[in-house]
Structure formats: C-alpha cells, structure tokens
Design a binder for this molecule. Structure first.
Ligand code: NAP
Ligand code: GLV
Length: 308
C-alpha cells in the first residue's frame, strides 16, 4: 500500500510522525504526494489548500487533526474520497484538562490573582464553590463530552448543547438552535467545543454574547472562526464579560498587534489546548488505513453534509 503524509509540519514533527507511522504500518510504502502520484491513503495534518490536488487512486483521507474545517474548505480536494477525522482518547483527555484548568481558574479567580501578582497587589478575592458555577459546554462530541464529564466529576453544574438530542448522566443537555438563547442566559462559563461549520461560524457575536449574564466568561478551545473577535473585545472592554480564555483565533499565529495579547481580561494559549499525540494517534490512523485497504469503511468518517 502506498501512503503519503501531508501537512504543515516542522522537520522534527515530521520525523516524529514518520517514525510513529512507520512503526504502526511497517508494510507501507511512503511516497511523495505530488500531482499525478498514485496514493492509497493520505494522512493529513491540517494541510494548506491544494496539497491533495491531482492524487490518483485515493481510498481515504485520514486527518491527524480532530477538526476538519480547513480540509473541507479546500475546493481542490479529490471528490468522493472518504475523510476520517482523528478521534483519540488521549487527545480528548488533554482537551478535558485544558477545559478544567480554564474553568477552575475562572471559578477560583486564579487569572485575577495572576494579574494582581504582576501589579504587586496583595488582595484576597471571594471564594466561589464549584456547585455555584453553571458551566455550559457547547458541543457534546468526543472533546465536549469528555470535558463535560470532567466538570461533572469536579462538582460544577454542567449544561450541554448539541445538534441532536443527547442524554448524559449529570449533564443538563439541550439541542438545536432554538434552545441556545435560553441556555446562554443561564451560563456563568461557556466552553466552546463545537466544530467550525456553516451553522457555527460566528456563533459568538454581539447578539449572543449579550445573552450571557453580567460577569460571565467565555472559553474558546475550538476554532477562531466561532468568534466575532471585535464583538468579543467590545464585551470584554465594556466589562459585561469578566474574562475570556482563548486558544484559537481568526488568524494564527495571532498577529503581534492583536489586542488579545495584552487585554487584562484575556488569557490565551497558542492553539495548544489538545495536540495530537503521534504516540497514540499513529496506531489509530493505522487501524483506519488497514480497514479501508481491506474494503471496510473507516471509523469516524466525516459527514460532508453536516461539515463534521
Ligand atoms: P465531534 O465529536 O464531531 O463533536 C461535535 C459536537 O458538536 C457534537 O456533539 C455535535 O452535535 C455538536 N454540534 C455540531 N454542530 C452543531 C450545531 N450546529 N449546533 C449544536 N451542536 C452542534 O468533534 P470533537 O472531536 O469533539 O471536536 C470538536 C472540535 O474541537 C473540532 O472540530 C476542533 O475544531 C476542535 N479542536 C480543537 C483543538 C485545539 O487544540 N484547540 C483540538 C482538537 C479539536 P451532535 O452530537 O448532535 O452531532
Ligand atoms: C486541533 O485543533 C485539531 O483539530 O486537532
């Protein structure tokens, strides 16, 4: 079988991936993904548009990323080839850790204490209990559900939102667009773990941010395209929103002149909430490659009409 690895990977990262993939798929022949090349499966790490153009004989596009919005937006993508996204419990666990760090820090005022330290201020802030905080997780998929369960275990009042109905112990969940306004209006912290699709792009705009209670917080760990950044900054500037924890942005790397870098009510990460770990993900990708080569459907196939 002929495989190719494509994506924006630094030399060390590519080397680590190749070592893990060669170990997981010793029978594979690795080829360059050039136009006209015969490739059975291409493994992709968020490739820039055009990189899969002209590949011949493709049976599977296996994403090494969980989110496939950039891939699906590529107009040159070979048509009719199944796309599978990365679903790795290790990655979901990492995301749940980041979500918990953000929510816990917001609950206990740890970001405020960090700011006070920079200003040499010795001031004790009110201490809130976890069961006093309503945490809403938008998206109850692999990432969202793992994070929401972690919040339940931590004692938060957890609410969830999905496209289709979902019943989960300890999570007060609703679904569909019409349920969103009421849900937002009873949320102290909103954690975004939605895929970026036509239905979710720009979800956090001025209108929806205004539905949040005074002093609410936003945690965006999904995609920058979910947020209208000017509207979020206005809500933070005006003091209606207490804090935002942001891992993802409209433009990445975040431009040096972005106000998010120095905003006193913002804590940010460089799109690092949950990295794919080649040590576990290579085996997951390998299982999908073997399934497809044996004539079976891949696991975690993207539903093109849903966009995730
Ligand atoms: P997933 O398993 O496909 O789950 C997506 C969830 O979102 C599902 O519960 C789905 O509802 C819900 N959803 C989708 N469209 C919706 C809509 N219009 N209204 C309400 N709910 C909607 O995806 P995942 O693996 O959890 O990943 C989610 C996203 O996290 C990825 O797409 C990616 O953007 C982001 N991510 C970020 C990082 C990072 O480091 N920052 C790392 C990994 C992933 P149903 O259950 O009803 O289908
Ligand atoms: C990272 O953002 C991913 O989608 O895997």
């Amino acid at each position: 079988m002929k495989l190719a690895l494509v994506g924006q990977l630094g030399a060390a990262e590519r080397q680590a991936w190749m070592a893990a993939l060669q170990h997981a798929l010793p029978e594979a022949q690795w080829v360059e993904a050039a136009p006209g090349a015969e490739v059975d499966v291409v493994l992709v790490a968020n490739p820039p548009p055009g990189q899969l153009q002209g590949l011949k004989g493709l049976r599977l596009i296996q994403s090494l990323w969980a989110g496939v919005d950039r891939l699906l937006a590529d107009a040159t993508l070979p048509q009719g080839v199944p796309i599978a996204r990365m679903v790795d419990p290790a990655m979901s666990a990492a995301m749940a850790e980041t979500a918990l760090w953000a929510v816990l820090s917001l609950q206990r005022g740890f970001f405020d204490y960090a700011r006070q330290q920079r200003e040499a201020i010795w001031r004790v802030l009110p201490q809130r209990r976890a069961d006093e905080v309503r945490v809403t997780v938008l998206g109850l998929g692999e990432m969202g559900l793992t994070a929401a369960r972690r919040m339940v275990a931590q004692g938060y009042r957890v609410q969830g939102w999905s496209a289709r109905p979902r019943q989960e112990p300890g999570i007060d969940s609703v679904h569909g667009e019409e349920a969103l306004p009421a849900l937002l209006s009873r949320s102290d912290v909103v954690v975004n773990l939605l895929p970026l699709t036509a239905a979710t792009r720009g979800l956090f705009d001025a209108q929806r941010l205004a539905l949040l209670p005074e002093g609410a917080c936003v945690v965006n760990l999904a995609r920058g395209g979910h947020v209208v950044e000017a509207d979020l900054l206005a809500a933070l500037d005006g003091g209606r929103l207490r804090h935002a924890v942001l891992d993802v942005f409209q433009a990445e790397p975040l431009p040096a002149d972005s106000r998010f870098w120095s905003h006193p009510r913002v804590t940010l990460l460089p799109h690092a909430a949950a990295l794919t770990d080649a040590r576990s993900a290579a085996g997951i990708a390998a299982a999908n490659v073997r399934a497809v080569m044996a004539g079976n459907p891949p696991a975690h196939r993207v539903e093109a009409e849903r966009g995730y």
